[in-house]
Ligand binder design. Structure first.
Ligand code: NAD
Ligand code: UDP
Length: 320
């Protein structure tokens, strides 16, 4: 028997980096969690500590295929997020975003569930407006190597708003900016995990380009907090809403910070800049601040220290 407040929540991509933290948070809040994942970039080890919890359930499933079950809320996170992984099989990336959105929206429509979409700052492409407010339509290459992800996520947003207008679905579209923290995969390929793992191994830190491009890094706990608050907010507030930490750093600054915090002997090594790599990125978070009273609380130094401690322990265990 469920209590009135206990919701049946579906988390797609629940065995990935963000999904793992979200599943844990929803269980701690007293909800039932059904984690769906095809383990493309996620892993059982991310959720192993949740497997024996009575209100946690795991289902191996690919969201590009329909899914029939009964839930109250859906968090649609399934999609590789690291450029290395989403470019590995770009056709599957677009299918995951687009067919995955259609399948999850269809499910939400059938069971009248509220549905959150993990969209991305990549919908702004290589932005010409800085910082990026939600009203900016973006500057995206439709035929480049990042397009499978950027355009897939843009099409998913379109589908969400069409289901909202056409079928009256309760939707929440959150545009997530670079988020990092414990439980990123050591071979994830994104910059924070790459630099930390390289620094801890005293290997060269691989800077792409001159390292003058900027990103704004959000610690995972702050991100999960705003995601849950957004889902719980009034149905009339659909987004799209930026979710991130506006602190902005060049990639070279990030590398130097990680060297200082780890005390590493690593050197900086410069590599070619990947195609269409955005030059600068920073969220305007005034919408989230105004509507949800949310602001990130963990600055980059604090967040990096916690992430470094996680990877230190992980690499130590791997050596034993
Ligand atoms: P991740 O790669 O760690 O997790 C993605 C999860 O989705 C993995 O567990 C993977 O196995 C699963 N998955 C992929 N394709 C699937 C499919 N077809 N069916 C079922 N499961 C599938 O990435 P993450 O950082 O946890 O990102 C989660 C979501 O948030 C993604 O949708 C991503 O686009 C979005 N996002 C993340 C960030 C970030 O900085 N972390 C930024 C913007 C957007
Ligand atoms: N980057 C880098 N070295 C790495 C990985 C990434 O210099 O080992 C750069 C990348 O070119 C980009 C930024 O760091 O400019 C962020 O890359 P990431 O893959 O983390 O995410 P993105 O924001 O590009 O999706």
């Amino acid at each position: 028997m469920r209590t009135a407040l206990r919701k049946r929540t579906l988390v797609t991509g629940g065995a990935g980096f963000l999904g793992r933290h979200l599943c844990k948070r929803l269980l701690a809040d007293g909800h039932e969690v059904l984690c769906v994942d095809n383990f493309f970039t996620g892993s059982k080890s991310n959720i192993i500590e949740l497997l024996d919890q009575p209100f946690f359930e795991l289902l191996r499933h690919d969201v590009t295929f329909p899914l029939y079950l009964e839930v109250d809320e859906i968090y649609n996170l399934a999609c590789p997020a690291s450029p290395v992984h989403y470019q590995f099989d770009p056709v599957q990336t677009t299918k995951t975003s687009v067919h995955g959105a259609i399948n999850m929206l269809g499910l939400a429509k059938r069971v009248k569930a509220k549905i959150f979409q993990a969209s991305t700052s990549e919908v702004y492409g290589d932005p010409r407006i800085h910082p990026q407010p939600e009203t900016y339509w973006g500057h995206v290459n439709p035929v480049g190597t990042r397009s499978c992800y950027d355009e897939g996520k843009r099409c998913a947003e379109t589908l969400f708003f069409d289901y909202y207008r056409q079928h009256g679905l309760r939707i929440k579209v959150g545009r997530i900016f670079n988020t990092y923290g414990p439980f990123m995969h050591p071979d994830d390929g994104r910059v924070v995990s790459n630099f930390i793992v390289q620094a801890l191994r005293n290997e060269p830190l691989t800077i792409y380009g001159e390292g003058q491009q900027t990103r704004s890094f959000c610690y995972v706990d702050d991100l999960i907090e705003v995601m849950v608050r957004f889902m719980d907010s009034d149905d009339s507030f659909t987004g799209p809403m930026n979710m991130g930490n506006p602190g902005e750093f060049t990639i070279k600054e990030l590398a130097e910070k990680i060297l200082a915090l780890t005390g590493s002997r690593s050197v900086l090594e410069y590599h070619p800049l990947p195609n269409d790599d955005p030059v600068q990125r920073r969220p305007d978070i005034s919408l989230a601040q105004g509507k949800l009273g949310w602001s990130p609380r963990i600055d980059l130094d604090q967040g990096l220290k916690q992430t470094i401690a996680y990877f230190q322990a992980l690499l130590e265990t791997a050596r034993q």
